[in-house]
Ligand binder design. Structure first.
Ligand code: ADP
Length: 313
């Protein structure tokens, strides 16, 4: 079930210096045209920025559908490896279709920028929720983590590893459904191949990546363990003052589970944060874990959860 697709290509930046911009913020027209599809988008409010992209709300002028538009200035894609990385990201992402994965709608360019239109996630990400709320209730952690696991299970079935699952890449739509996004570090796996390189710095980096032992799907399970931990306890398992200390704690598997944790939550976290990748549960095993059936599992959450502790009547 690995899909072959047309290679998206990114044209080189025009040589005309007047069209070149060195500043980080891209020049974005108020009306953006996707020439190939004869579609016009009205640029709306600014949604946020990442390493490469600035993101805006875009409204399809004909259908009035509102999407998120990631804009990457071509000046950021001068080097071949930069274009390759973006191509790889789009190639993996565009084939995905799942309720817990941000939908990539289209990919196009004009003379200045490359545009990626995405399913709009207007309730930001689990990062902002975490900053505001710190430790969530166990039903909320169960609700969010279960959706992350459903998305990861879909990816792993397609032989894709995300490799940078973190709160900031877990977007929320208006109904507080979790959508995994940002496939910038994702890769596909052939058979029982183990990856030896990873260009970038994952937030919840697994010990086998730090130790360059070769890595695979298990790195995503490690990250889900870190995510469940931070949702339940309000801080990351291996948090420390300096990045060196964080890495040292990861290498020594030095973390503790607060005593407030329920037994099923603590047991699942311990399994996912096993230093030995082969001992970690697969996405399917996590999906079936007793933790998700050991207490209340909300089918939806009210938007008031973004700021207040919910009362489950
Ligand atoms: P980069 O690949 O450059 O790191 P990101 O994917 O992190 O870019 O996106 C940058 C920012 O744009 C995010 O932090 C978020 O604020 C916003 N964003 C990205 N995707 C969406 C989306 N689907 N819906 C709403 N906002 C989004």
């Amino acid at each position: 079930n690995v899909v072959m697709i047309r290679q998206p290509t990114i044209a080189k930046q025009p040589a005309n210096p007047s069209q070149r911009t060195e500043k980080a913020s891209p020049e974005v027209a108020a009306l953006i045209s996707d020439k190939e599809r004869r579609t016009y988008y009205e640029k709306g409010r600014f949604l946020g920025k990442g390493g490469f992209a600035h993101c805006y709300e875009l409204t399809n002028r004909t259908t009035r559908e509102v999407v998120a538009g990631k804009v990457v200035p071509k000046t950021m894609l001068v080097k071949q490896y930069q274009r390759d990385k973006m191509t790889q990201e789009v190639q993996i992402h565009r084939e995905l279709s799942h309720k817990n994965i941000v939908k990539l709608i289209h990919f196009f360019e004009d003379s200045l920028n490359v545009y990626i239109t995405l399913e709009l996630c207007s309730r930001r990400s689990l990062m902002e929720l975490h900053k505001r709320r710190k430790a969530l209730t166990e039903p909320e952690a169960r609700y969010f983590t279960h959706q992350v696991v459903e998305g990861v299970l879909y990816l792993h079935d397609l032989k894709i590893i995300h490799r940078d699952l973190k709160l900031g890449n877990l977007f929320l739509n208006d109904d507080l459904v979790v959508k995994i996004g940002d496939f910038g570090l994702a890769t596909t796996v052939d058979g029982d191949e183990r990856k030896t390189t990873l260009c970038g710095t994952p937030n919840y980096i697994a010990p086998e990546v730090l130790n360059k032992m070769g890595h695979s799907f298990e790195v995503d399970i490690w990250a889900v363990g870190c995510i469940l931990y931070v949702l339940l306890f309000g801080q990351p398992p291996f948090g420390s003052k300096t990045i060196e200390e964080v890495y040292s704690r990861i290498r020594h598997n030095s973390y503790t589970i607060p005593s407030v944790a329920s037994q099923p939550a603590a047991a699942l976290i311990r399994k996912m944060l096993d230093p030995e990748p082969t001992r970690r549960p697969t996405a399917r095993q996590v999906h079936r874990d007793i933790f998700f059936r050991s207490g209340f599992m909300p089918t939806r959450l009210p938007v008031s959860c973004l700021t207040m502790v919910p009362k489950f009547a």
